[in-house]
Design a protein around this ligand. Structure first.
Ligand code: GLN
Length: 722
């Protein structure tokens, strides 16, 4: 260790001492930040002599997989250096290395490392650390306001691997987004996956299901959830790589999942397949992946896998995840963490399987959560409607009003209660019931801390607090139409980036609540488009690569869309969909041909325009609020903007103050949120327009929009004050 490294370590030790002893906080990132300040390359020298090292990355499951893999590596007597608490940026990893630099002295100096690493930091960590393996778990949309589009995350991880060419990539081959990275690098590859259909929990919305090579939509033999499954490209034949480590005989017992993991790595050299039976206490399919990934890491790192089952049995999930607290002997609370739609959907499935009658959902929008909460509209909350006798749904956190609106549009028929914290929610919990809590990133630790405190001291009030009535937002009257309003959702399988399903929910529910008959038709990629009796059309947002796929699809349909618009049809086009209606979208050298329906042109800029926006518009009285996240800069030709960007937002291009387009019945906008649930005035503008075009009475009955207004006002406050 040279003098600089030594000095950086001593400074980090001092910082650690200061933070833990004087400020009584966990060490966290601070010591690592100090060390990196003094020696930006410190991860390299501190990793020397640690072998094997496994780095774990991916959207969901990092902390669990890292903890399990670390325990497995430690099982045969090695000292394992690990950032267990989940500080997964370079500073967190540096802090763990500084803290663990003397470890292993008692075990013959054998040291192993297992580190969880944020996806975007892999490119800093891998080249310095040169780990034996990088475990890539999955890539789902998460904190899009930080990561940008998933393509960018893929680029970063691929670059990290290129700069550490000996590192084996142990990757989830069921995820085409992970396999797409494997396809681009020359590192040794170890694909893992579930090699049979599970038929358990496919999601409504998934991330990109397009071919990594030619961008055609993939065909799936089966889907596990999200975009995970067995896929093949019908155009070019690219398919899920052959699994080297495969879960088979996956079966859900009353104790949890059991399965066999087949190690097929030696198969091509004629070595026999080795089978390991695994029993878990978990009943979420995502845990099959996490456990398999940890076992794969153990295999690749040369651990003693015979001890794996014992390690798994002894494993305690980190910091209150999936933990059940007992209060006053008669009430229980289970706390779960979910940070993104895929994770949340797993928890919803769990709640449903357990017939969770009392729910509390906490949603924060702090820096670490992402400021954009549109993702809650990608959660399949509607699935909770088969919980029998759902009693209430409490909503808390800095964006509880948004969550309340989300729950309202799921129409679960139970009261929605806004609460300040978990203790507030407990007031509604009757004796002999269990409260199921799902909280996102920064909302979760305070919930767990409160529960730990309350488990000691909480006394039930005499009787549970009285619940408000369930929301039934129906208006008087009905509208007679010769046929229902036809809402057409174009390509939800490709353009669905920011909770666009929420826009459909807003349109269809607000019709239904007023007795306006309506139906929603989805037109999927490859399906025939018929707009002849369409009344409202929605085109959602999408990542660049999704847009490219849709662009090819749409070219043949241009005339139908142009005729619909010329006839005054109502159309809402968000972000990527908005860009596609114009002349073109230039992504660097690549031109995505537009439909030339709107006189606008878009060019991707060097940065993404991200943040809360509020716009004054003639479409409705209140300013329209939402969130923008786009690289494209759109310039209007002979078009009028939807509105003037009021405060923080950049809108169309950040230059002329305009946001979106208003062209006859067409609203094009960069605002998602999604836009309609929080701006019911915009929804009603579209519905009224559609009714008028049908010659029907367009005087819409008022609805009780108290929750929508509250969510709107929170968003407006944030847009104008942050
Ligand atoms: N991919 C486009 C862009 O980055 C559109 C993004 C979006 O739909 N929000 O500009």
């Amino acid at each position: 260790m040279n003098a600089r490294v030594r000095l950086a370590c001593l400074a980090a030790d001092a910082a650690h001492w200061g933070v833990t002893r004087l400020l009584h906080r966990g060490g966290g990132n601070v010591p690592g930040t100090v060390a990196l300040r003094l020696d930006p390359g410190i991860v390299g020298p501190l990793s020397e002599g640690i072998d094997p090292i496994v780095v774990v990355t991916g959207t969901n499951g990092k902390t669990t997989t890292t903890g399990l893999a670390a325990d497995a590596l430690a099982a045969d007597g090695r000292a394992v250096v690990c950032n267990r608490a989940g500080n997964n940026m370079e500073s967190g990893i540096a802090a763990a290395l500084v803290g663990g630099r003397h470890a292993g002295a008692g075990s013959g100096g054998r040291r192993a490392g297992c580190f969880e690493c944020d996806e975007l930091y892999t490119v800093r960590v891998l080249p310095r650390m040169r780990p034996r393996a990088l475990v890539l778990l999955n890539l789902f949309r998460d904190q899009l306001d930080r990561y940008g589009e998933i393509d960018h995350t893929q680029d970063v991880i691929a670059e990290a691997l290129r700069r550490s060419p000996e590192t084996a990539l142990v990757f989830n081959a069921d995820d085409p987004l992970c396999a797409g990275i494997a396809d681009r690098v020359d590192n040794p590859l170890v694909p893992f996956g579930i090699d049979e259909p599970t038929n358990l929990e496919a999601d409504r919305i998934s991330d990109s299901r397009f071919c990594a090579r030619c961008n055609a939509p993939l065909d799936y033999a089966y889907v596990h959830y999200g975009q995970l499954g067995s896929y093949r490209c019908p155009e070019c034949g690219w398919e899920r790589p052959r699994l080297a480590i495969a879960a088979v005989n996956v079966c859900l017992t009353c104790g949890g999942f059991e399965f066999d993991v087949e190690d097929r790595r030696g198969e091509k050299d004629g070595a026999p397949v080795v089978r390991h039976h695994v029993r878990t206490r978990y009943n979420g399919l995502y845990m099959v992946y996490n456990v398999m990934a940890a076992l794969a890491a153990d295999l690749v790192a040369g651990g003693d896998v015979d001890r794996f089952q014992g390690v798994l049995d002894a494993y305690e999930p980190a910091s209150g995840r999936g933990k059940t607290f007992s209060l006053d002997g008669r009430r229980q609370v289970t706390s779960n963490l979910a940070k993104n739609p895929t994770g949340f959907n797993r928890m919803v499935q769990q709640a449903r399987a357990e017939n969770a009658r009392c729910l509390a959902l906490f949603l924060n929008d702090n820096d670490a959560d992402g400021h954009d909460v549109s993702w809650i509209w990608d959660i399949d909350l509607e699935r909770l409607s088969d919980v029998s006798d759902l009693r209430f749904v409490c909503v808390g956190g800095t964006r509880r009003e948004d969550m309340a609106v989300r729950v309202k549009y799921a129409e679960l028929g139970a009261p929605i209660v806004l609460v300040d914290d978990i203790e507030d929610a407990l007031g509604y919990l009757p004796a002999d019931e269990r409260l199921h809590v799902i909280a996102n990133y920064t909302a979760f630790p305070p919930v767990v801390a409160d529960l730990e405190r309350l488990a000691e001291s909480w006394r039930a009030p005499g009787a549970a607090r009285e619940l408000p009535a369930a929301v039934t937002p129906r208006a008087e009257g009905a509208v007679a139409l010769s046929r229902p309003l036809r809402i057409v959702h174009l390509y939800p399988d490709a353009l669905n980036l920011y909770g666009d399903g929420g826009n459909i929910a807003s349109l269809s529910k607000r019709c239904a609540w007023r007795g306006i008959p309506c139906r929603v038709d989805q037109v999927l990629m490859g399906q025939e488009l018929d707009l002849s009796d369409a009344d409202v059309v929605l085109l959602g947002g999408g990542a660049d690569r999704d847009q490219l796929a849709v662009c090819h699809e749409l070219q043949g349909q241009r005339d139908k869309l142009a005729a619909y618009v010329a006839d005054g049809g109502a159309l809402l086009a968000i972000c990527g969909g908005y860009q596609l209606l114009g002349h073109y979208y230039m992504m660097g050298e690549q031109r995505v041909e537009g439909l030339h329906v709107l006189d606008v042109e878009t060019t991707a800029g060097p940065t993404r325009l991200i943040g809360n926006v509020a716009v004054d518009s003639t479409v409705c009285d209140a300013p329209i609020v939402g969130f923008e996240n786009h690289a494209g800069r759109t310039v209007l030709g002979a078009e009028k903007p939807l509105g003037r960007a009021l405060v923080s937002g950049t809108g169309n291009n950040g230059g002329d103050g305009g946001e979106g387009v208003l062209h006859d019945g067409v609203i094009g906008t960069y605002l998602h949120g999604p836009i309609l649930p929080k701006n019911p005035g915009v929804t009603d503008w579209l519905i009224a327009r559609a009714l008028r075009r049908r010659g029907a009475d367009a005087d819409l009955a008022p609805l009780d929009d108290a929750l929508e207004r509250a969510a709107h006002d929170v968003a407006l406050r944030i847009a104008t004050h942050r």
